[in-house]
Design a protein around this ligand. Structure first.
Ligand code: NDP
Ligand code: MG
Length: 395
């Protein structure tokens, strides 16, 4: 297999940084994909000359095809085009698509025998054992890109999994750290998008403000490291310097640290098990001076508790789907900030009532059906105005 890289979601926050790393490492690029951003994808194609490219949006793909008609890159479109890029046989496929839309391409890449560098956490939260069993069956590597999971992966190197006692995930706490539930009632999208440490896409930035990002990451850690949810602790660490920690049987704790810059975990996933110089600032502990750690506030931010509940009730697809649509409704001004959590909790309640006996093992179709059920449930609640605000904005 070629030592090449495919990036799914190359025009996003992670995708753009991954291309910087690809340039730094002189990795040949096999395929690049995006949703609709033809202009940036054209620039990337001209700079990296991939064999294949795809856009989800059909019109944008036609425009891209015209724009790069002078190049040999084959342009495809739609979910099928993205799946073909994922399955094009690159050595590593870095999945930086946002949301459950990343799940099917991850499975295509695994089935094609590519290693997966995974930023798209929703792949593991919704796909669960569908993904982890495909990885085992195909004998490919699943390398975390999410900074906390990369930190844990790094802290596990050379250690025995059976001597792990606890994983400690750090969370920045987002822009609303310290606010009470009452104070969160009227926060706006602009407030939610002001993340203190990271510059990320809009969906994950809102997830950081609600703490659903940490709930999703808790589930991601359960799947990646095959540990129970109750052996994972979440600690608020405002500076985002300690990226996560592993506690061992002897109570020794190993942490991975560095400046908050996604290029470090992206590059580690691409060079693993080797390390290479990376274009980020070195960490100066004395510049920070103080590193702080706090317990999360479950009353103001119940998303972590709901993630534990979703694991226990085998409802992580519902947790993810309800959150994705509620996050989008908040970003489009249709619901308030606190409604996001309330809607996810209501979806979990309703799913528990309706789902009855647990099923063993899911197909991709089951996952898509559960996801659709969760989205439809949230939309119906908003249309029926059982929540506090701005139902009238819904068309
Ligand atoms: P962005 O929104 O910045 O980028 C998303 C990328 O996916 C873009 O290239 C976008 O294309 C493409 N895309 C969007 N929707 C679809 C779709 N339905 N089908 C195919 N492609 C699509 O997101 P981020 O880079 O911030 O995040 C990507 C993933 O990485 C998320 O799962 C996030 O949770 C995770 N992550 C991100 C971190 C960060 O620092 N940003 C940190 C850790 C994890 P277009 O530009 O055309 O819309
Ligand atoms: Mg993270």
């Amino acid at each position: 297999m070629k030592k090449s890289l495919t990036i799914l979601g190359s025009t996003g926050s992670i995708g753009v940084q991954a291309l910087e790393i690809a340039k730094q490492l002189a990795l040949p690029v096999c395929a690049l994909t995006a949703g609709s951003n033809a202009a940036l994808l054209e620039e990337q194609i001209r700079a990296f000359r991939p064999e294949f490219a795809a856009l989800l949006d059909e019109k944008a793909a036609q425009e891209l095809s015209r724009r790069v008609g002078d190049l040999p890159t084959q342009v495809m479109c739609g979910a099928d085009g993205i799946a073909q890029c994922a399955a094009a046989g690159a050595h590593t496929v870095l999945n930086a698509i946002v949301g459950i839309a990343g799940l099917a391409p991850t499975l295509c890449a695994i089935n094609a025998g590519s290693d997966i560098a995974l930023a798209n956490k929703e792949t593991l939260v919704a796909g669960g054992s569908l993904v982890t069993s495909a990885v085992l069956e195909k004998g490919v590597r699943l390398l975390p890109v999410d900074s906390e999971h990369s930190a844990i992966f790094q802290a596990l190197q050379g250690e025995e999994l059976k001597s792990v006692k606890r994983l400690i995930l750090t969370a920045s706490g987002g822009p609303f750290f310290g606010k009470s539930r009452e104070e969160l009632k009227d926060v706006t999208l602009a407030d939610a998008l002001k993340h203190p440490n990271w510059d990320m896409g809009a969906k994950i930035t809102v997830d950081s403000a609600t703490m659903f990002n940490k709930g999703l990451e808790l589930i991601e850690a359960v799947r990646l490291f095959d540990v129970p949810a109750d052996s994972i602790e979440v600690v608020i660490h405002r500076q985002s310097v300690v990226h996560s920690l592993v506690e061992y049987a002897d109570n020794s704790v190993i942490a991975q640290m560095g400046v908050p810059d996604m290029k470090i975990p992206i590059q580690y996933a691409l060079t693993y098990p080797k390390r290479r110089p990376c274009p980020v600032e070195p960490l100066s502990l004395t510049k920070y001076g103080t590193l702080t750690f706090h317990e999360p506030d479950d009353d103001a931010f119940p998303a972590i508790r709901l993630a534990r509940r979703a694991c226990a009730e085998d409802a992580t697809v519902v947790y993810n789907g309800a959150n994705e649509i509620a996050n989008e409704l908040f970003r489009t001004g249709k619901i308030g900030f606190l409604d996001i959590t309330s809607l996810v909790e209501q979806a979990l309640d309703e799913w528990k009532l309706k789902s009855g006996k647990r099923k063993v093992g899911y197909t991709l179709e089951d996952v898509h059906n559960m996801d659709k059920w969760a989205r439809d449930f949230v939309l119906s609640k908003v249309r029926n105005s059982t929540i506090t605000c701005v139902y009238s904005l819904l068309t």
